[in-house]
Design a protein around this ligand. Sequence first.
Ligand code: AMP
Length: 297
Amino acid sequence: MHIARTIEELRNLRRRQETDTWGLVPTMGFLHDGHLDLVQRARRENQRVAVSIFVNPTQFDQNEDLEKYPRDLERDLALLEKAGTDVAFCPPPEEVYPPGFQTYVTVEEVSQPLEGASRSGHFRGVATVVAKLFCLVRPTRAYFGQKDAQQCVVIQRMTQDLGFDLQVVICPTVREADGLAMSSRNARLSPEQRRSAPALYRALRSAAAALARGQRDAEALRRRMIETIEAEPLARIDYVSVADPASLRELDEVESKALLSLAVFYGTIRLIDNLLLEEPFILSVGAVSNGDRVPKG
Ligand code: AMP
């Protein structure tokens, strides 16, 4: 595995295998099985795999979250090597944002609700760094997790709008055995918070079950999620949403598709999760939705 710390090194490695197909997995590191699932899929579908590890400062609106974001580069590189990565790109911030940097990508409408409403400038930072990675790596395919549902919508929109010649591949959310979506931020939860955190997935499942039983009223589905989270004394709701999966606008009535999503604070740690549901909304263990991997048992 090659480790590139500069843009020049990355470009040179890419040029050496000019005609190969390349899979790109952008990450912020502190890797878990959700990230490695993306890397393995990229490995299966491409001749070369590049993974970026970069805690992108422009997508954080609070310095505290940026500073406390967990990091362990040595461990990450060992995991990537084992997963068959060809190139790990781990640049320092000034390599991506050199002095004088002033060019940003803004994806307008779909960046605004949900995460965008809570985290000002977040998707401008995400779209900018992903666009830059697309230009540098020139991947055949780029891999993203359904866990960050709005990010997937933003990146798909940007790819189409700017004409990037690549396929965006969305991979299912990988969960812990108790249903908690894997996230680098989970490592910061206290033992009590960690025990309570599967409530996010329970809330989503509860609303999905109501939808499967014929409850199409979006406000009733939101209320179900709110009730589940409010039963947890350590949890504080940021938002719950039942939205159209393409426009991300809130629904009154669910028709053929819905994106159920929520963001919940445990202290200063903010967790997100979602379920993408499509008609006929049948709720069965192992196949709650096409964008979700349900734990066995
Ligand atoms: P991050 O390091 O959190 O920026 O995530 C890097 C990529 O991994 C993003 O495309 C995420 O959506 C994806 N990812 C993070 N957690 C999971 C998970 N539990 N399951 C699947 N993909 C994930």
